[in-house]
Design a protein around this ligand. Sequence first.
Ligand SMILES: *[C@@H]1O[C@H](CO)[C@@H](O)[C@H](O)[C@H]1NC(C)=O
Ligand SMILES: *[C@@H]1O[C@H](CO)[C@@H](O)[C@H](O)[C@H]1NC(C)=O
Ligand SMILES: CC(=O)N[C@H]1CO[C@H](CO)[C@@H](O)[C@@H]1O
Ligand SMILES: [Ca+2]
Ligand SMILES: [Ca+2]
Length: 581
Amino acid sequence: MRAIIILPLFIILSSGKVIKQNQEKELEWWETTIFYQIYPRSFADSDNDGIGDLNGITSKLEHVKEIGAGAIWLSPIFQSPMYDFGYDIADFYAIHDEYGTMEDFEALLEKANELDLKVILDLVPNHSSNESVWFQEALKGNEKYYNYFVWEDGVIDENGNMQPPNNWKSQFRGSAWEYREEVEKYYLHQFVIGQPDLNYRNPDVVDEMKNIIRFWLNKGVAGFRVDAVNHLFEVDKDRFDGKYPDEPLSGRLDVDQDSYDYYSHIYTKDQNETYYMVYEWRDVLQEISAQDGLERVMMTEVYATIQNVVKYFGEGERKGAQMPFNFNLITDADSSSSAADMKRAIDKFLTYKPVDKMANWVAGNHDNSRMASRYGPSLVDGINMIVLLLPGVAVTYMGEEIGMVDGEVSWEDTVDPSGCNTNDPINYYKSSRDPERTPFHWNAGKNAGFSTAEKTWLPVAQGYETLNVEVQKAAEKSHLKVYQALADLRRDDVFRFGRYDSLALNKDVFVFTRWYQGEHYLVVVNMRDNEYTLDLTYFENIDGDVTVILSSTQSPKEEGDRYPAFAVPVVGFEGLVLRHF
Ligand SMILES: *[C@@H]1O[C@H](CO)[C@@H](O)[C@H](O)[C@H]1NC(C)=O
Ligand SMILES: *[C@@H]1O[C@H](CO)[C@@H](O)[C@H](O)[C@H]1NC(C)=O
Ligand SMILES: CC(=O)N[C@H]1CO[C@H](CO)[C@@H](O)[C@@H]1O
Ligand SMILES: [Ca+2]
Ligand SMILES: [Ca+2]
């Protein structure tokens, strides 16, 4: 009976135009690479002040190369008063002094170049810093810079007190408006008070941001990850008699009125002008690429509906971002997910993305609890198998290659505004992003080899004595070794061009296949601590035996072990890459 069901499916799959296109297409450097995200404050500290820096990163680039990544993406390195740890930029054209100098950055680029690693910077276009020259000039009444920001009159309440213009809330709680006596107006800040939003309805701001992009591309960076891009535009207030309208309630009852999630952000997010802005930035990237032939990339950070996320790819002739980040492995699945949930989370992006665009896979970043904590340490290899072997670009947040977990950061040590603004010494940790930002674990030495300072900017997470790069390099089997093997496998044509199919074999076991020109692989991830014997012949063309190519750290299987495809045993949380000959 199975043959009858599967046969027509096979014909449809193997006769489609899409397949031919994929097979014939020459891939750009970014389409086959792994992007490794570095949070500069926490990677390596070269001068031992407890804060990571550029020279630290340069000294550790070999690690990035060794694990098999081809590009680094640096979280912001620009001059900043650090109210939001670099996402509040005071000078978009300068390096933050705690991180080093422009010469240090140039040295980093040179070293990266030697190692054939591309460097991507974080562009934070939505806002600048209240300590930027632009904002200071605005307060002094310099009209050019005054118009760089979004200003509005306050309203007088029944008691005669001045109140913010409307109910818009900051992503970090409280009003999104802050009063400045100097100009007797409120300015908009969708994020912290120190992050005044830039006014994208002003062509000068649009030009300035394009110049910033050109400045760094001309220095030799290969592209940008663009922060919070769906917050760029606020609604056009001329459509509302010149006053920004209140946002409606979201209906969520689990959060209070000062919380961002209490409202539905129909006027401050996902405005359609945003997409056109991104297309224009892509034009700037193309302009530089035309000079030397190297394709420059843009990745957009947008937490939005999948329909809105894929709009950043562009429309018809209008090219947009090559990688609108796919956060579904962060937002739609975790340790409580079933295999079916996992399948759905993965299929979501693949289903909505345009057929001729690449998917991308992101399981963690500096804003979300670490992958090993969300999925549980036992699933680290399994999730890395998914991220690195699915069709598309892989993104790794530093530490995922060794399975780093969230650090514990006490209320006293908490520095993230998202945690501090809760003013809640008990529940702050639910909002704080410090746990996923604790220093990188290099070895079992002082401060995990990150720094020899007495105190590091965030405490080092517990357990680093056994969970670190040095230990995992020396071990026979480790997350690091599995990761390296995956990065190698990824170079094979089957993972670059191969077709994809997946199944939830039962409530716990997720399996996908990749095949190309007679090569056929299966990736098995058991998401629970249950044992099973799997029948993999549910997949088209899988019969006879399968051979173990790679197994997770806790797996009892060895490379080369063979099993009949209709009876493959798996232990709890096991991850396997199998080959069918
Ligand atoms: C910038 O905003 C922060 C609050 O985030 C405040 O503490 C600081 O004084 C402000 N600086 C200036 C120059 O307005
Ligand atoms: C944005 O959408 C609105 C309503 O759908 C439309 O009227 C407007 O022209 C669009 N703006 C742009 C820049 O495409
Ligand atoms: C999810 C999120 O907010 N990510 C980034 C968005 O931008 C803000 C402000 O720049 C950053 O703090 C976040 O890291
Ligand atoms: Ca330092
Ligand atoms: Ca904005």
